[in-house]
Ligand binder design. Structure first.
Ligand SMILES: Nc1ncnc2c1ncn2[C@@H]1O[C@H](COP(=O)(O)OP(=O)(O)OP(=O)(O)O)[C@@H](O)[C@H]1O
Ligand SMILES: O=P(O)(O)OC[C@H]1O[C@H](OP(=O)(O)OP(=O)(O)O)[C@H](O)[C@@H]1O
Ligand SMILES: O=C(O)c1cccnc1
Length: 467
């Protein structure tokens, strides 16, 4: 994959960095928050993904010789270039666990670092976390309606360039069982999975010959694509012929794949034909522009589909092209800072902060996250961030702090879980989120509030700015 170096950033970060450097401010300690303002897909939650990949990149982030000569050519100051030559990210990061469910407006990641370093990593952090969180969320919506059926990522060919690589990782976090993307499988410890294309069948003298050849080549991993000529008149009968021949040789046809037409009708008819031939354990896979709504509909129609292959709508995050995550400054050298906006929803929250998740008596999510100043005494009341008359008591709820240290002075300190472990964690958190927050239509709004201390600190800063 592309080697990520220091120039994987926006020019303005370097422009600001040079000025922080030349004005002697580079080592001021900055606190930045990563958060987003809106759940994608009009949904009720977002799956946080991309963290451990980001941490690995940050630990090794350097400006290499090519970066430096390019920046020299662009006219960067020689002293700043000398600084970049020795650049290491040495900040401290607190973050939610990768795979957790996160909600709009409250910090998901907190970066504390020398101002110049915190600034230089902004674009990289947003690039990695926004995209993977978007795709993991999309995947989890499909997993929610798939009723335990296997979901396979087929998206690489339709992805926005190299994004497909990261999408395959995020899809697994959101609940996909496998990917056709061999490089992602190699790098992320997964078994690649796949069937065959129409071209293979077209290239042979006829469909039956194609199926026989493939079955000989892959006697224990054979999935036959049955829609090249006529699914019910030719594809399924030929697959049955080959399935029986395989059985006689002590092997098993794994599945057939439907890739066009009315998938519910064709799956039902194919299942009946396979069963009538005694091929009960041959599974049915389906693909063709699937998304969470089509999968839900197919299963409501009782389509006997065991595996869904999903490409375009997964890896491009249809219909939302991006998660709107942002990275905002909250303090410098211990001084809390704020950004004022005409739009109250865009006024930022000052201070290094902690986020607490409230649980109900049964140990499930209560539907409330409270943001407080890091280190403040336990929060007993949370307030709506912009509506002063709305508050919510928390005194009797168990609260779980969500931001834990994952990097200290540039070194990863959290265990790096493997992908299945992150996916398991995601699944366990979804099991704690009541169904009303997970429904597709008008999901219940998960409350995010702020502590009394944080509210007062913010309001003091707003008043100071106004005066
Ligand atoms: N029974 C069904 N219920 C709901 N949606 C379905 C059903 N069958 C297929 N779909 C979906 O409808 C969409 C359009 O399918 P359509 O029948 O137009 O494909 P097709 O034209 O047969 O495929 P192709 O263009 O690849 O030959 C796809 O997203 C497909 O997944
Ligand atoms: O529809 P998507 O969700 O994006 O899933 C991926 C699609 O890519 C393949 O089609 P393609 O026509 O590229 O190749 P094929 O000959 O293998 O069908 C596959 O058959 C799916 O239809
Ligand atoms: O393995 C498959 O069937 C496959 C892989 C990628 C895209 N479409 C189908």
């Amino acid at each position: 994959m592309m080697d990520i170096t220091g120039t994987y950033t926006d020019q303005y970060q370097l422009a600001m960095g040079q000025v922080y450097f030349l004005s002697g401010r580079k080592d001021q300690t900055a606190v930045f928050d990563y958060f987003f303002r809106k759940n994608p897909f009009k949904g009720g939650y977002t799956v946080f993904a991309g963290l451990h990949e980001l941490l690995k990149v940050l630990e090794k982030l350097r400006f290499d010789a090519e970066d430096l000569s390019f920046l020299r050519f662009q006219g960067m100051h020689p002293d700043f270039l000398a600084y970049l030559k020795g650049f290491r990210f040495q900040g401290t990061i607190h973050a939610c666990r990768e795979g957790d469910l996160v909600f709009p407006t409250r910090p998901v990641v907190r970066v504390e670092a020398p101002l110049i370093e915190a600034q230089l990593i902004e674009t990289l952090l947003l690039n990695m976390l926004n995209f993977q969180s978007l795709i993991a969320t999309k995947a989890s919506r499909m997993q929610r309606v798939a009723q335990g059926r296997t979901l396979i990522d087929f998206g690489l060919r339709r992805a926005q360039g190299l994004g497909g690589y990261h999408a395959s990782r995020a899809a697994v976090i959101g609940g996909f069982a496998a990917t056709s993307n061999v490089r992602a499988a190699r790098d992320f410890g997964l078994a690649p999975s796949g069937t065959m294309a129409h071209s293979f069948i077209q290239s042979c003298a006829d469909e039956l010959t194609a199926f026989r050849q493939f079955a000989e080549g892959w006697p224990d991993n054979c999935v036959l694509l049955v829609d090249t000529y006529d699914t019910l008149k030719s594809g399924v009968p030929n697959a049955i012929t080959v399935g029986k021949e395989m059985a006689r040789r002590g092997h098993r046809l794994k599945a057939i794949r439907l890739d066009s037409g009315d998938l519910a009708y064709l799956a039902q008819r194919s299942r009946a034909m396979l069963d009538a031939a005694g091929l009960h354990d041959v599974k049915i896979a389906a693909s063709n522009q699937l998304d969470e709504y089509v999968i839900k509909s197919l299963l409501e129609q009782e389509a006997p589909i065991d595996l869904f292959g999903v490409g375009t709508n997964l890896v491009t995050g249809q219909p939302d092209a991006a998660l709107d995550g942002v990275y905002k400054l909250a303090a410098v050298d211990g001084q809390p800072l704020i950004k004022i906006s005409e739009n109250v929803e865009k006024i930022t929250l000052p201070h290094a902060k902690q986020v607490f998740r409230a649980f109900n008596g049964e140990g499930r999510f209560l539907g409330a996250d409270a943001v407080g100043i890091a280190g403040e005494p336990p929060i007993t009341m949370m307030h709506h961030p912009f509506m002063p008359h709305k508050s919510f008591p928390l005194a009797d709820c168990p609260l779980e702090p969500l931001l834990t240290p994952v990097m200290k002075q540039g070194r990863i300190v959290a265990d790096s879980p493997d992908l299945p472990a992150i996916a398991d964690f995601c699944r366990s958190r979804l099991a704690l989120l009541p169904a009303e927050y997970q429904r597709f239509e008008n999901p219940h709004i998960y409350k995010v509030g702020i502590s009394t201390r944080l509210r007062d600190a913010r309001d003091r800063l707003i008043a100071e700015h106004k005066s």
